[in-house]
Design a protein around this ligand. Structure first.
Ligand SMILES: [Fe+2]
Length: 267
């Protein structure tokens, strides 16, 4: 059963962000950016995956909890809550994601351990809220599968089918805000919009080190770049033995796991 929390009506700018990915330096920068924009934590919404590739799983989880913004569970939180053996993405055996995830997930699980329940047992699966006269649902991956990848290259039919499944549980929405796939984008659909807020903990495979977040204003959504201390984050990964390629990805902006992407999104 999907646990849905309604935030009521939000007024003013709303900062949307996802995928802290155990990257403490990126989360520090995001919190500073929210302050720079004058956006309170209660107006920031996190789309899940506070832990993943980086060195500081527990630090990020506790810092996000202290920040106190509305948040949903990603597949990474869910798998750690369930005591699962992997991140739940279902990567093919031997793919770059499969090989790397065995290492970072083990590292995150060792840091989080039984604290998962205290951190995330009360975290909902989805959020709903109303903003500027429009109703939104916040989900992580797909409506029926938390770790489903939905890409900007997918057909409108994919998005509309997902929205239909979301609305079966939330009632009608004007937009869905998602995370998980790691690439920020907005897709205009018939009478709906799909917004992926992107992730702060890994660049969007664009050859640059900066990451992404979004701000929803009364006139729509805009994407922002997040500059942060990526070299320190990469060095922390190396010190922790997390050297399967994501530490290089922080520096180069190129995913080591390009094989997870649809062909048209590869470089
Ligand atoms: Fe995810």
């Amino acid at each position: 059963m999907t646990n849905i929390r309604d935030l009521g009506t939000l007024h003013g700018d709303v900062l949307l962000f996802g995928g802290a990915y155990s990257n403490a330096q990126a989360l520090d920068a995001l919190i500073a950016a929210a302050d720079d924009h004058g956006i309170a934590p209660s107006q920031c919404i996190f789309t899940g995956d506070v832990v993943a590739y980086g060195a500081d799983a527990l630090g990020c989880a506790t810092q996000l909890a202290a920040f106190g913004c509305p948040a949903i569970r990603g597949n990474c939180e869910q798998q750690l809550l369930d005591g699962a053996d992997d991140c739940g993405c279902g990567f093919g055996e031997g793919t770059a994601c499969d090989v790397a995830s065995k290492t970072w997930y083990t590292h995150a699980a060792a840091q989080i351990g039984p604290q998962a329940a205290a951190l995330w047992a009360e975290t909902p699966d989805w959020l709903t809220f109303t903003h500027a006269g429009k109703r939104y649902a916040v989900i992580h991956g797909g409506a029926d599968a938390v770790a489903k990848f939905i890409w900007p290259s997918d057909d409108d039919t994919v998005f509309m089918a997902e929205i239909e499944r979301v609305e079966a549980r939330t009632g009608k929405v004007d937009g869905v805000i998602a995370g998980h796939s790691g690439i920020a984008f907005e897709r205009a659909l018939p009478a709906r919009v799909w917004i992926n807020a992107g992730v702060i903990g890994m660049p969007p495979h664009d050859g640059r080190s900066a990451t992404r977040y979004a701000i929803l204003s009364d006139d729509g959504v805009r994407f922002h770049t997040l500059h942060y201390a990526y070299e320190a984050a990469a060095q922390a990964m190396e010190a922790a033995g997390l050297t399967q390629g994501y530490e290089v990805g922080l520096r180069t902006g190129i995913w080591p796991s390009e094989d997870v992407l649809p062909a048209q999104l590869r470089r």
